[in-house]
Design a protein around this ligand. Structure first.
Ligand code: GLA
Length: 748
C-alpha cells in the first residue's frame, strides 16, 4: 500500500481506490506529483516542464539552473521564505526574530497501522487495516524537525495527514502556523464546495468556481462554528452527485480552523488546511513538540455521493468509538421545546408517561434542572439540582422515568459559567479574559478557561458527581456561545496566543475522561444546535444535535448539507410542534416525521398536548421507524435530489445487507403546471427484483395522519435496472410541504 522507489525517489501511497504520489526532488525537496484514481505504477509520464520563469528565484545551490524554482514546483508541504510565494503550510519565528526556515527531506519510515495523535482526536486502525508513512524533514540551521504523517487505509479511498514539529535547538521558537496538510494541484479546473451557515441554518451548500488569488473559509470563534464547517471539496466542474472527480478535505478538530485555496499565476491550485493561524501562536521551548490536528482527505471518482459514502463509512468505522459506535440509537423525547425552563417533576413525569405510551425510548431533561436556572441568566457552573423544580432530586426522577420503561438523559453545558453563579463568585479567574478589558457576553454567560488544568478537573468532578448520583443513560453536552477576549489568567505573556488551542486540548481531555468513565452512556454533543458538528467531537460523542432549527423544511437543507461529510446516524433530528418555533411554518405531521427519520429520530414538543388523532399518528411513525431503523441508522445513505436546486428533496437508504431500501421524497410548494417527477434510484442491484412492500403517499395538513395507503404500486415488483435507469414515478398531489416514502424489498 505504500511503496518507495529508491531509484526514482518516489513514494506511491495507494489502495484499490486511489493513488497519491510524492517525489523527493534533488534529495531534499518534497514535491506533490499525483492524487486521483489508482495507478498500477507511477513512471512520471507527466514530467514537470523545465521553464525559465521570470521572477521565480532559484535556491542558492541552483543558481545556474534557472528553470528550478520553489515558486513553480508543486509542493507537498509548502515552505516559507525561499522563493515559494504562495501560502505557506507553516510559519515559525526563530529566536533572532526572523521567520525564514527551510525544511528538507532527511529520512522516512513506513510501518503498519496508525499511531494515535498526542492529545487530539484522530482516526484509528489496526495493523492489518492501515499503513503509515512518516517523513522526517529538518532545518539544520534552526535546529527544528518536522514530521509529516500519512496513513492509507486498505479498504477506503481515504488518506489521512497530519504534521508535528520538534524544537531540537538550544533556544525557544514561536510557531505561528502549522497546517495539517498542504498540497498543490496542477490545474485550477475545479469548483469549490463548502458548508456555510449561521445559528439555526447550519451547513448550507455553497458551490462556486475557484477564483484566482486566495479564498478562505475559517472559524476564529473558538468552535468549529455554525458559520463555516471544517470541510472543503474541490470538484471537477461537471461533477454531480453521481459522477465526476471529487477531492474532499475534512478536519478532525473542533476549534479555530482555516481552509484556504490559492490559484496562482500559472493556473495551479494550492490547498492548505489546519488550525487557523489568526490568533494562534505557540512557544516551543527546546525539546518541546507540537502536533497538528488530523485532516481526512477523500478522493471520489463517483461524484459527491461517492465522497460522502466514503466519509460516512470511514467515520463510522475509524472515528466513532464505544458501545454506540454501531448500536441502534434510541428514539428520544426532549422537553426543551415542550417546556423551555418552565417545568417541574410532575410535568417531566407526565411527558415520560406519555412518551412510554407512544413507544419512545429515552426522555431527555434539557436545560433548567440545576442551580436557580429559570431563564438563561444564571447558574451555569453550579451543577446541583434545583430542589424547587425537582424536590426529590435527579435520582428519584431518573427512577421514575425508568419505571415508565424509558431511559433517562440529562443536559449539561459544562464549558460555561454564568456571572450569577456560585462558581463565578468563587473563581472569577476561571473565565477566559484579557486584563484591562471588560468581558463580552453571549447569552449572559462567559466561557470557562479550559486551558487550565484546575478548570478541567472541576468540570470532570462536577459532571461525574451528577452522573454517579442518578440513573443516567444519555448526556447532551452543549456549548452556547463563542469565545471573545481570549486570554488565560495562568498562561505567561508569551503563551497567550496558545489559549484557544490549549482550550481544545483541555476539552478533549475532559471528554476523554468522562466518556471513558461512563462507557454505557450515550453522549450527544451540541452547540446551539450544530455549531460544533465536526469529526473532533464525534470521536468522543457519536451523535450531534444537528440544528436548533426543528422545522422539517429547513431541516431538509441542513441535513442534506451535513450529509456531505457525516452519516445520518450522527445527526440528531426531532419532530416538533406546528407552527414551528423557529420559522412559524405549518407542516403535516408525516412530513415532520419523515424529515426526522433522516437522522437519529426523536420528538421535541409537548406530547401531552397531542390530540388523539396525533397520538395515533405518532405511534404509527414510531412503529414504522423501529421497523426500518437498522436500514436508516446503519445502512448506506444516498442523496437523489437536492433542496438547494429547487423545492424538492429525495434521499434513500439501503440496508447493510442490501435486502431493504427506503426512499424518501419531499416537495415544498405546490406548483401550477407542475412538472412530472420521476425518481431515479441509485446503488441497487440491477439484476435483482425489488418489491414495493410499503408506500406512504403524502398527507395534507389537516387530516389522514400518517396512514399507509393502499395504492396501485404496493406489491408490484421491478428490476433494479428499471428503478435506477427509467425511475420510479412520484404521484402528483396538490399540497404544500408533502412527503412520500417507499419501502422496497429485494427478492431472492
Ligand atoms: C441550546 C441547544 C438547545 C437547548 C438550549 C437550552 O440552544 O441547542 O437544544 O438545549 O441550548 O438552553
Amino acid at each position: 500500500m505504500i511503496q518507495f522507489d529508491e531509484q526514482k525517489q518516489i513514494f506511491h501511497l495507494k489502495n484499490n481506490s486511489f493513488s497519491y504520489v510524492i517525489e523527493i526532488a534533488r534529495g531534499k525537496y518534497l514535491l506533490h506529483r499525483y492524487w486521483g484514481k489508482a495507478l498500477r505504477e507511477y513512471r512520471d509520464a507527466a514530467a514537470l516542464p523545465a521553464i525559465d520563469r521570470a521572477f521565480s528565484p532559484q535556491p542558492a545551490a541552483y543558481e545556474n539552473e534557472r528553470t528550478f524554482s520553489l515558486d513553480v514546483l508543486p509542493q507537498e508541504y509548502s515552505g516559507y521564505g525561499h522563493g515559494d510565494f504562495r501560502i505557506p503550510a507553516y510559519k515559525i519565528a526563530l529566536a533572532d526574530g526572523t521567520e525564514v526556515t527551510e525544511f528538507l527531506y532527511r529520512s522516512h519510515r513506513i510501518f503498519k497501522g496508525k499511531p494515535p495523535l498526542k492529545g487530539l482526536p484522530a482516526s484509528y486502525a489496526s495493523g492489518q487495516e492501515a499503513m503509515s508513512l512518516e517523513i522526517e524533514l529538518a532545518d539544520a540551521h534552526a535546529g527544528l524537525k518536522l514530521y509529516l504523517l500519512y496513513t492509507v487505509f486498505e479498504k477506503s479511498a481515504v488518506l489521512v495527514r497530519s504534521a508535528r514539529i520538534i524544537n531540537e535547538s538550544g533556544s525557544a521558537v514561536c510557531l505561528r502556523q502549522l497546517a495539517s496538510l498542504s498540497l498543490d494541484f496542477g490545474s485550477h479546473e475545479f469548483e469549490r464546495i463548502s458548508l456555510y451557515g449561521g445559528h439555526a441554518s447550519e451547513r448550507m451548500i455553497e458551490r462556486s468556481p475557484l477564483h484566482r488569488g486566495i479564498e478562505i473559509i475559517a472559524s476564529s470563534r473558538g468552535a468549529s462554528s455554525h458559520q463555516h464547517s471544517p470541510f472543503l471539496a474541490l470538484v471537477e466542474p461537471a461533477a454531480n452527485e453521481a459522477v465526476g472527480d471529487v477531492y474532499g478535505f475534512s478536519l478532525v478538530y473542533s476549534g479555530n480552523f482555516s481552509m484556504e485555496t490559492e490559484v496562482e499565476q500559472f493556473g495551479t491550485t494550492r490547498v492548505c488546511v489546519g488550525i487557523n493561524p489568526q490568533g494562534f501562536s505557540w512557544l516551543l521551548e527546546p525539546g518541546e513538540d507540537f502536533q497538528s490536528p488530523e485532516a481526512v482527505m477523500v478522493y471520489s471518482a463517483e461524484g459527491l455521493n461517492g465522497m460522502s459514502q466514503t466519509y460516512h463509512a470511514f467515520y463510522r468505522e475509524h472515528l466513532l468509538r464505544g458501545k454506540y459506535q454501531n448500536a441502534l440509537r434510541p428514539i428520544l423525547v426532549n422537553n426543551w421545546e415542550a417546556t423551555y425552563f418552565d417545568f417541574d417533576e410532575e410535568k417531566i413525569d407526565a411527558i415520560a408517561k406519555t412518551a412510554a405510551e407512544l413507544g419512545m425510548e429515552l426522555l431527555v431533561l434539557d436545560d433548567g434542572w440545576f442551580g436557580k436556572r429559570n431563564d438563561d441568566n444564571s447558574s451555569l457552573g453550579d451543577w446541583i439540582v434545583d430542589q424547587k423544580k425537582l424536590p426529590q432530586g435527579l435520582t428519584a426522577l431518573g427512577e421514575k422515568v425508568h419505571a415508565h420503561g424509558l431511559q433517562f438523559g440529562l443536559w449539561f453545558e459544562p464549558e460555561m459559567v454564568s456571572v450569577d453563579s456560585e462558581l463565578y463568585r468563587k473563581h472569577p479567574e476561571w473565565a477566559l479574559q484579557v486584563p484591562g478589558y471588560k468581558t463580552s457576553f453571549g447569552r449572559h454567560q462567559l466561557v470557562l478557561d479550559l486551558s487550565r488544568q484546575d478548570v478541567c478537573d472541576y468540570i470532570v468532578d462536577a459532571v461525574v458527581k451528577v452522573l454517579e448520583s442518578a440513573p443516567i443513560d444519555y448526556v447532551k453536552w452543549d456549548m452556547n456561545r463563542h469565545m471573545t477576549e481570549v486570554g488565560s489568567t495562568l498562561l505567561s505573556a508569551k503563551r497567550q496566543g496558545e489559549t484557544a488551542h490549549r482550550y481544545m486540548l483541555g476539552l478533549y481531555d475532559v471528554l476523554e475522561r468522562i466518556t471513558q468513565k461512563f462507557p454505557d452512556i450515550l453522549f450527544e454533543s451540541c452547540s446551539g444546535g450544530g455549531g460544533r458538528f465536526d469529526a473532533g467531537m464525534l470521536y468522543y460523542m457519536p451523535q450531534t444535535w444537528t440544528s436548533d432549527n426543528t422545522d422539517a423544511i429547513c431541516r431538509l437543507k441542513i441535513q442534506y448539507g451535513t450529509s456531505l461529510v457525516f452519516p445520518p446516524i450522527t445527526m440528531g433530528a426531532h419532530v416538533s410542534v406546528t407552527p414551528n418555533h423557529q420559522v412559524g411554518r405549518l407542516t403535516p405531521m408525516q412530513t415532520r416525521a419523515f424529515a426526522a427519520m433522516g437522522g437519529d429520530f426523536g420528538y421535541e414538543l409537548d406530547i401531552c398536548q397531542l390530540t388523539d388523532a396525533e397520538k395515533t399518528a405518532v405511534k404509527k411513525h414510531i412503529k414504522l421507524y423501529k421497523r426500518l431503523r437498522p436500514t436508516l441508522q446503519l445502512g448506506t445513505f444516498r442523496r437523489l435530489l437536492s433542496p438547494f436546486n429547487g423545492g424538492e428533496t429525495a434521499w434513500m437508504f439501503t440496508h447493510p445487507d442490501k435486502s431493504q431500501v427506503v426512499v424518501f421524497y419531499f416537495k415544498e410548494l405546490a406548483q401550477p403546471a407542475p412538472s412530472v417527477r420521476v425518481l431515479k434510484l441509485a446503488g441497487l442491484d440491477k439484476d435483482a427484483r425489488y418489491k414495493v412492500a410499503e408506500y406512504y403517499e403524502p398527507e395534507r395538513l389537516s387530516h389522514d395522519f400518517g396512514g399507509e395507503k393502499a395504492s396501485g404500486i404496493t406489491g408490484l415488483e421491478f428490476y433494479g435496472d428499471e428503478l435506477m435507469f427509467s425511475g420510479l414515478a412520484v404521484e402528483h398531489v396538490d399540497a404544500d410541504f408533502i412527503s412520500y416514502m417507499w419501502v422496497l424489498e429485494k427478492q431472492i
